[in-house]
Design a protein around this ligand. Sequence first.
Ligand SMILES: Cc1ncc(COP(=O)(O)O)c(C=O)c1O
Length: 427
Amino acid sequence: MTPPDPKPGATGCEVLAQTLGPLADCWGSEQALSIDGQPLSARIPHTPAFLYNRRCLDRAVTHLRDHLPAELGIHYAIKANPFAPLVRHMAGLIDGFDCASLAEMQLAQGMAQPGQQLSIAGPAKSRAEHRFAIEQGITINAESTGEIERIAAAAQTVGCQARVALRVNPPFGLKGSGMHMGGGARPFGIDSEAIPALLERRHQLAEAGIDLVGLHLFAGSQSLDSDAIGKALDAWMDLLEQWQLTTAFTPRELIVGPGLGVAYHPGDRPLDLAQLAPTFSRLGNRIRALGEREGIRIDARLELGRFLVAGAGVYLTRVVDRKISRGTTYLLCDGGMHHHLALSGNLGAVLRRNWPLVAVDRMDEPATEEVDLAGPLCTPLDVLGKSQALPSLAPGDWVAILQSGAYAASASPSGFLSRDTAIEYLI
Ligand SMILES: Cc1ncc(COP(=O)(O)O)c(C=O)c1O
């Protein structure tokens, strides 16, 4: 059962449990945020820093697998966190990687284990990306008909077939998602109404160097609504079954983005995978049946990032100064938006909301005051927290921002104001 929202006066332990659900106990003891019994402030030499917790990564992947049918593998979307030691660790846990650039493909190639599969998605891919993917047998998720032509040209140059999956822009979005990437007009994917004609042309495309291996289905991310996730996955399967009937196309590869979200803000509840298990099981059954109609086993993967890595990361910052300005207490910290843009509300949020933030060495103490936390940048955008409930902190005390394992270090303007970058650790 999900614990209730932390109340004003909640301890760090309560915030941790509310935010991370089953992953919370990877972060240690009652008094201090810890790994293997050692407080983070004793394990890390300085702040600001990102710390990623191996055991928490293991737990996140195992927890998901425990709720998936055998038909569904897991692809890690490197864009969520491309820190090389973390990607290497993930390679031991998952079945393949989703890449978004040449550098991510090269990283994944170096880490992937035998039999693991790679794919690349994203609009406006470069010629170098197409060539590299074709040479290495990486599946290219085609985002437009123009891209299919460019892939065919690259395949001619390289002299071998390109493995291509059509990325579909569906007629629906993923309801409740923080990031809509499907439905309506989109730069991503090929509109679903144009897909059947392309599937009909698959033999012609094969002559032009395009091996149409499958489909890539991704409508949105960061959804905490199990019903909406279930409805979107059902709607995808309706489309696929309809296309099989009308075009006799059965994908050999299927990559499906479920859009599983994590709890970032007050009021958010972590997804309950037990509730989603019937949805995944239905998806697995429908995929199996789709393949059986053609006498094949479809290689199907769920493609996701933040759900696997967000909870395994914390951003650690230290209070440098405490001041009161006209009645508001400020904690001025050594970390800020240049390392963690999303925390400041400037990475796609319409309105900034507070993040789960705890006092690293005082996890068992109830919050006794509300404070604003700001970073070192000379801009009002550099906000870490507003009216945030915490125990009373002084210069030198450490603060951890939870859920910082995804879209944080690599998604932030680290060159802004020419300050030091945050060091990343995997422990
Ligand atoms: C194509 C694609 N796959 C996977 C992801 C990963 O999404 P998430 O980290 O929310 O699981 C994204 C995120 O934007 C994406 O665009």
